[in-house]
Structures are given as structure tokens and as C-alpha cells.
Design a protein around this ligand. Structure first.
Ligand code: GTP
Ligand code: MG
Length: 475
């Protein structure tokens, strides 16, 4: 009734076909290749205990457990390869649920290679990419969202991205999805009895309750879907466009924020002809900061091309820093650009505040936060950073804060599929439509399948059995 497991893709990794390779003992370097103080070689599988005993001359049943041991690693041919620290961790209280052995030799690629070659001679095989995590998933230690979170955690480039990955790794997203699945199962159980007894029909009051409950589940899927965009910002960075008249100091501001002279700066207007992008971290966020050609009301031919590119950048900007010259403020802007300055995604930056006598800045009637800075002296840059952080944090949907949940494209695709069928079911149940109950039941099952894919769980049948046993006809 439910689909067989789909081939899961963990992040960008190639995952081997779902054959049972779990009997093999796998080994791999867990740290980057290259010279370092230490390296970590990780092994997982049933041979770990025997290998540790053999290599370090211990009795298999008397291995120190969960305790680092300093010892010499000798190869099968008796050659001393390194002095290292090893730890044996018996399953199932390990990441993979299997016996695990960790070796920390010196971080010399040659030593690492010699040890790995020796381990392969002793019967281990090289681990496939992501195989430790895959084994953790297959053993039921973690669900698929947690497996994905391992990847997110490793690649997170900002504190917010890290926080979301950590929460997901602890099962935060999985629990929300499981909650929706549990609600759907109750509903399914409730209508399924009528499928088995075709003479009975779902009473109208039950219909209303089921419709209301379906709408509640839909509210949950919508809340999750609303985090998709924020998830993209966490992973790829917030596209932040510097916009303003020539000479306002956009390039100077980019340089001041990235802390080096990245963009050309000049006293004559029209210095920047083409846009350029720089990644940098501001507070807990990763930004893709884009410097653009200034908006000149009377552009030359090349400037005009530059401004067309500025418009393109503006059109897919997540955040706009609208840079004005504090000593010479003009807020007039061609509507072609102005229409993209939507409240909530714009910060007005009054640059060159150092030139304004007594630091007095004119108050402006604009629907955006305004920050006075000096790209030249660094004045106000810290406050600008705080404002940027606040504005970006507000991009996170209300239901989940900026350090909580954010679904990825795979989750979103499954959620959208669930939404379509749940919507059909809710409409079908309404008085005017009255679809046969079998169709509603099949829609709910499709929705359960879609949601189940998110966590990689497909065995709802058992849960269903348990639930049905508590229900009786007429209830
Ligand atoms: N006093 C003062 N001068 C600044 C400040 N920021 C920039 N300038 C000067 O203003 C001039 C223009 O700076 P740019 O950073 O090139 O300005 P821009 O907005 O990138 O200009 P275009 O690329 O032509 O659009 C340069 O001479 C800078 O040294 C500031 O905070 N204070
Ligand atoms: Mg410039």
C-alpha cells in the first residue's frame, strides 16, 4: 500500500545503491587530506573489535571501551607506522550503531595512506562518500532530515545556518513532520473504517471535523514551506545589493565591510562600471554583497549598460543597501529602480557622515530604517551590521524563528506534493463535492507517503495497525 523506499540522496553525495553492505567493515580518513597535527581515521563494522585486538595486541573481549589508548600501530608485516591514539566504541551506542574504531595518527598524508592500506589488507574496504551517515540512517539512529543536517552542519558558513543545521540534526524538523504524519494517521483511521463498511457513510458532523483537521495539517505544511526561502538564504547567502547615485560611496562601503580594498574607488562619478560580488559574514549571517554601477540620470553609453546590470541585480536582491551621500542628500530615484525598494528589504545608508558638521543628519521621510555611517572613518559600521542582522532575521517566518527550522528543496517538493492531495481531499469532503470515501483515503495515503519521504520513513503500516485497533465503527 505504501511505496517501497525511494533512493535517497544525501546532499550532493553519491549514495551507493541500497544493497546490504552493512556487513563490511569500512574505513576512511575523516579529516581533510594534507599536513596537520593530527588526522582521524574512522572505521565502522563488525571487524572493528578484532582489528583493534590484532593491531594493538589485546584480547578481543578485554579491549578498553570508550577510552583513548596511546599505542604503536604496527602493520601486518610488523612495520611500526606511527604512535597514535585509538578508541574502540562498541555498538549500538555509536553513530552508525555498529562497532566503531577511531585512530588519531599524526596528520601526515603518507602515514594516513600507509595505515589505510594496511587496514584494507586486513579486510576493511574504503568507505563510500557519506557511508557512515548512511549506515546511521539505515540503522534507524537518525532520520533522513538528520542525515541531511550532517551535511548542512559541515558546510554551514554562518551562525544562523549552523543553528538551523544543529536543530535539524537533533531531530527538530523530523519531529514537526512526524507530528503532521501522526495527525493524518488519526484522520485516516477515522475514515478508513467506512471504506471497509461501504453501507455506512461518514456522518456530516464527522465530515466537518475531518475537513477542519485536514485544514490544520495544511496550516502545518504551509508554515514549513514558508521557511524554504529563508533556508536558501542560510545556505547560499543573502544577496545584498549596494544601490545609489554615482559617488555616494557604494564601493567604499563594500571595501569597508569586507575589510580590504576590493573595489575601485574614485572621486569622479561613474567609477564602477560593472557589478562585483563579495561574500562576507555580517553578524550571524552570510551575505553576497554586490557593488553596482551608480545610477546617473544622464548616463553615457557604457554607464547605461552598467545601470542595466544594476537593475538586474536589484530585481533578485534579498536586501538592498540604498546608499545616499549624507552631505548631499537626494532621494529622487527613477521609478524603474524605486519600485524594487520594497519596505522590509531596504536599509538606507547615509554615507559620508564624517562630512556633516556636528554629525547632524537630516531626518528623512522614508519607510526604511536609516543608518548614518562613514565608509572612510568606519563610523556607524557596527550599528549598520546590527541593523542588517535584524532585517535578515525578520525574513524568517513568524512560526519559526531565524535560528530554528528551514526546509530544503527536497523537503519543500515533498511538502508541496502533500499539500496538493490534502487540498483535494479537503475539498472532496465538503458537502458540495462528496467524493467517495475511498478517494479521500487514497489522497491521505499519498500525503502520508510524501511526508514520510521527508524523514525517510515509509513503514506507516504498523502505526496504522496500532491505531485502527483503537477504533470501532460508528466512532
Ligand atoms: N569623506 C568621505 N568620503 C567618502 C566616503 N565614502 C566614499 N568617499 C569618497 O567618495 C568618492 C566616491 O566613492 P566611491 O566609493 O567610488 O563611490 P561609488 O558610489 O562607488 O561611486 P560610483 O562607482 O561612481 O557609482 C571617493 O572619492 C571616496 O573617497 C566617506 O564616508 N567619507
Ligand atoms: Mg563604485
Amino acid at each position: 500500500m505504501f511505496h517501497s523506499p525511494t533512493p535517497y540522496a544525501l546532499g550532493s553525495e553519491a549514495v551507493p545503491a541500497a544493497t546490504d553492505l552493512s556487513r563490511d567493515t569500512i574505513a576512511a580518513l575523516a579529516t581533510p587530506t594534507g599536513s596537520s597535527a593530527l588526522a582521524v581515521i574512522r572505521l565502522s563494522g563488525p571487524a572493528c573489535r578484532g582489528l583493534a585486538a590484532e593491531i594493538f595486541g589485546r584480547e578481543p573481549q578485554q579491549l578498553p571501551v570508550r577510552r583513548p589508548v596511546y599505542a604503536s600501530y604496527r602493520s601486518m608485516s610488523g612495520q611500526m607506522l606511527d604512535d597514535l591514539v585509538w578508541v574502540f566504541l562498541p555498538g549500538p551506542r555509536t553513530v552508525t550503531a555498529e562497532d566503531t574504531l577511531e585512530l588519531s595518527p599524526h596528520g601526515n598524508p603518507l602515514i594516513v595512506q600507509l595505515i589505510l592500506d594496511d587496514l584494507f589488507k586486513r579486510g576493511c574496504r574504503p568507505a563510500e562518500p557519506g557511508e557512515f551517515t548512511r549506515r546511521a540512517f539505515l540503522s534507524g539512529k537518525i532520520d533522513l532530515t538528520q542525515a541531511e543536517a550532517v551535511m548542512d552542519l559541515i558546510h554551514a558558513r554562518s551562525e544562523r545556518a549552523l543553528a538551523v543545521a544543529q536543530r535539524q540534526l537533533r531531530g527538530g524538523l523530523g519531529r514537526v513532520v512526524e507530528g503532521l504524519i501522526a495527525e493524518l494517521l488519526v484522520l485516516l483511521a477515522r475514515i478508513e473504517v467506512y471504506v471497509d463498511f461501504p453501507d455506512e457513510d461518514l456522518p456530516p458532523e464527522d465530515r466537518f471535523e475531518v475537513i477542519a483537521a485536514l485544514r490544520e495539517v495544511l496550516r502545518g505544511t504551509k508554515q514549513l514551506l514558508a521557511t524554504e526561502r529563508f533556508g536558501g538564504l542560510l545556505r547560499d547567502g543573502v544577496k545584498t545589493v549596494l544601490l545609489g547615485a554615482p559617488n555616494a560611496g557604494k564601493s567604499s562601503l563594500l571595501n569597508a565591510l569586507v575589510g580590504r580594498s576590493r573595489a575601485l574607488v574614485g572621486p569622479e562619478p561613474g567609477t564602477t562600471r560593472d557589478y562585483l560580488e563579495e561574500r562576507l559574514k555580517i553578524g550571524p549571517h552570510l551575505l553576497r554583497l554586490v557593488d553596482t554601477a551608480g545610477l546617473n540620470p544622464l548616463p553615457g553609453a557604457v554607464e547605461r549598460q552598467g545601470m542595466a546590470k544594476t537593475l538586474e541585480c536589484l530585481m533578485d536582491a534579498d536586501l538592498v543597501l540604498w546608499v545616499l551621500d549624507a552631505a548631499n542628500i537626494t532621494v529622487e530615484l527613477d521609478p524603474v529602480y524605486a519600485k524594487h525598494l520594497v519596505a522590509g528589504k531596504v536599509i538606507v545608508v547615509l554615507n559620508k557622515a564624517d562630512l556633516v558638521a556636528g554629525g547632524h543628519i537630516a531626518s528623512l521621510a522614508l519607510p526604511h530604517p536609516i543608518k548614518a555611517v562613514s565608509a572612510m572613518t568606519g563610523l556607524g559600521l557596527v550599528e549598520l551590521g546590527l541593523e542588517i542582522t535584524q532585517v535578515i532575521d525578520r525574513f524568517a517566518p513568524d512560526a519559526f524563528g531565524a535560528a530554528e527550522l528551514a526546509v530544503n528543496a527536497r523537503h519543500a517538493e515533498a511538502l508541496r506534493r502533500a499539500e496538493v492531495v490534502l487540498d483535494t481531499a479537503a475539498n472532496g469532503l465538503s458537502a458540495e463535492n462528496e467524493y467517495p470515501i475511498e478517494l479521500i483515503s487514497s489522497d491521505l495515503r499519498s500525503a502520508l507517503d510524501a511526508l514520510g519521504e521527508i524523514a525517510g520513513r515509509v513503514d506507516h503500516e504498523r502505526m496504522l495497525d496500532a491505531l485502527f485497533s483503537n477504533f470501532c465503527i460508528g466512532k
